[in-house]
Design a protein around this ligand. Structure first.
Ligand code: IPE
Ligand code: IPE
Ligand code: MG
Length: 254
């Protein structure tokens, strides 16, 4: 039997960074201490992705539903992000990272919105890793805002038109979607874009997610056969004829 067609490195990795609260709880620390450690884990993960030549990293930092948490935790998370945006931007720039904030900014303070725009502008000319930070993001919000944009333009609502109006229109769809923290759900992340992402769930809590955990996720991804609706035999025929085997992928930048 011929061996299956194995995937290459993922170009776009998306991560639901879950488990900060449990990480803190295990250590009898306040939940915010877990979120702080989560920022450290993200800093390491960004560097690891740069090193491995990954093109795009999209992380879920705060969901539209996370507003329902206790006020103290919500304001702690917002403070943490505000501080991280300012303190990390120089190093991100140095590492060639291009930063994007994805989500509904209208509910955020004017100062926060300015901090986001400044960080995006500062890193706009970078050509390395594209880092999308999803903050006040929800997949349903994204689909609804995209549909509204297309409707307002008077164009027919097609898959391609929606795709171009979504918040991640600047990058191709994720290849690998990782969720830490052991839950087997998507929690309103990239609902549209993850149609053909390979899913990887790990029990590791986000603050514990290290290089080895990333390499394990990549190895699992590479062992998967991505068929995009085709059969294995078709993929193998494509492979030997060296014809692209992803007929459903839309053409997007990056
Ligand atoms: C993920 O960690 C970070 C955010 C949702 C902001 P959690 O805070 O959800 O951690 P757990 O799931 O309670 O452990
Ligand atoms: C998903 O984690 C959102 C982020 C990681 C930002 P949650 O902890 O909010 O998800 P649920 O509530 O367990 O589904
Ligand atoms: Mg959680």
């Amino acid at each position: 039997m011929a061996s299956p067609v194995l995937s290459n490195m993922p170009h776009h990795v998306a991560i639901v960074m879950d488990g900060n609260g449990r990480w803190a709880g295990k250590r009898f620390l306040p939940r915010i201490a877990g979120h702080k450690q989560g920022v450290t884990a993200l800093r390491h993960c960004v560097k690891a992705c740069v090193k491995r030549g990954i093109g795009v990293l999209t992380v879920f930092a705060f969901s539209s539903e996370n507003w329902n948490r206790p006020h103290e935790e919500v304001s702690g998370l917002i403070d943490l992000l505000a501080r991280a945006v300012t303190s990390e931007v120089a190093e991100l720039k140095q590492n060639g990272v291009r930063l994007h904030f994805i989500g509904d900014r209208l509910r955020l303070s004017a100062a926060m919105q300015t901090a986001f725009s400044n960080a995006e502008d500062t890193t706009a000319s970078n050509t390395g890793l594209v880092l999308n930070i999803c903050f006040n993001y929800g997949g349903r919000w994204d689909i609804a805002q995209a549909a509204q944009k297309v409707a307002d333009s008077g164009q027919p609502i097609t898959e391609l038109a929606l795709d171009r109006a979504l918040a991640l229109a600047h990058v191709p769809d994720p290849d690998l979607l990782i969720r830490t923290g052991g839950e087997l759900r998507i929690s309103n992340f990239l609902l549209w874009q993850s149609a053909y992402a390979e899913l990887h769930f790990t029990d590791k809590l986000w603050p514990e997610f290290d290089d080895a955990a990333l390499d394990e996720a990549i190895a699992v991804f590479r062992s998967r056969e991505r068929r995009f609706g085709q059969t294995s035999a078709q993929l193998m025929a494509h492979e030997s004829a060296q014809v692209p085997s992803q007929p459903q992928q839309t053409s997007k930048a990056v």
